[in-house]
Design a protein. Structure first.
Length: 152
């Protein structure tokens, strides 16, 4: 069962692609857009994050932080971030604790167990969930218009 709007956002601290500890609580007082994605360097994941990259100014203008989270290692995420020029943090949920807490984990993804489900959450300034979308089909993309509306 995934987290629903109105619930407090599960807190976390993960290692970024820069090998720094990043906590959700670091962003209290601003909105946070969390994108879980199955694996770096896959087509739909790249499209998901590139959409956020290309609209980065919009979210930055609304004082919203974007976080991309996958079960990839921070080293893989560093290369993924560099190759795609992402301006936002990519975080490694290598131990699968955060995607599990958010109810965003596939039982089986191409025979791999414990891969993050493609999903998007918007967390408000008080760290409550105001938008939640967990996709069962990894080929689908989140509703970027709905995400933008939730951030406004």
């Amino acid at each position: 069962m995934s987290i629903q709007p109105g619930q407090p956002a599960p807190q976390f601290t993960l290692v970024s692609s820069e090998l720094k500890q990043v906590s959700l609580s670091d962003f209290k007082g601003r909105k946070v857009v969390i994108h879980f994605f199955p694996l770096a360097f896959t087509g739909v994941c790249t499209a998901q994050l590139c959409t956020m990259r290309d609209n980065f100014g919009y979210y930055d203008g609304l004082h919203a932080q974007i976080l991309g989270i996958s079960v990839d290692s921070p080293f893989t995420l560093a290369k993924f971030k560099q190759e795609n020029n992402y301006q936002f943090e990519l975080l490694s949920d290598f131990n699968k604790e955060v995607c599990t807490a958010y109810g965003a984990i596939y039982d089986s993804f191409y025979s791999m167990h414990g891969v993050a489900k493609r999903s998007a959450f918007v967390v408000d300034e008080e760290q409550n969930i105001v938008y939640a979308e967990v996709l069962e089909n990894a080929d689908d993309l989140p509703d970027f218009d709905a995400i933008a509306a939730a951030v406004k």
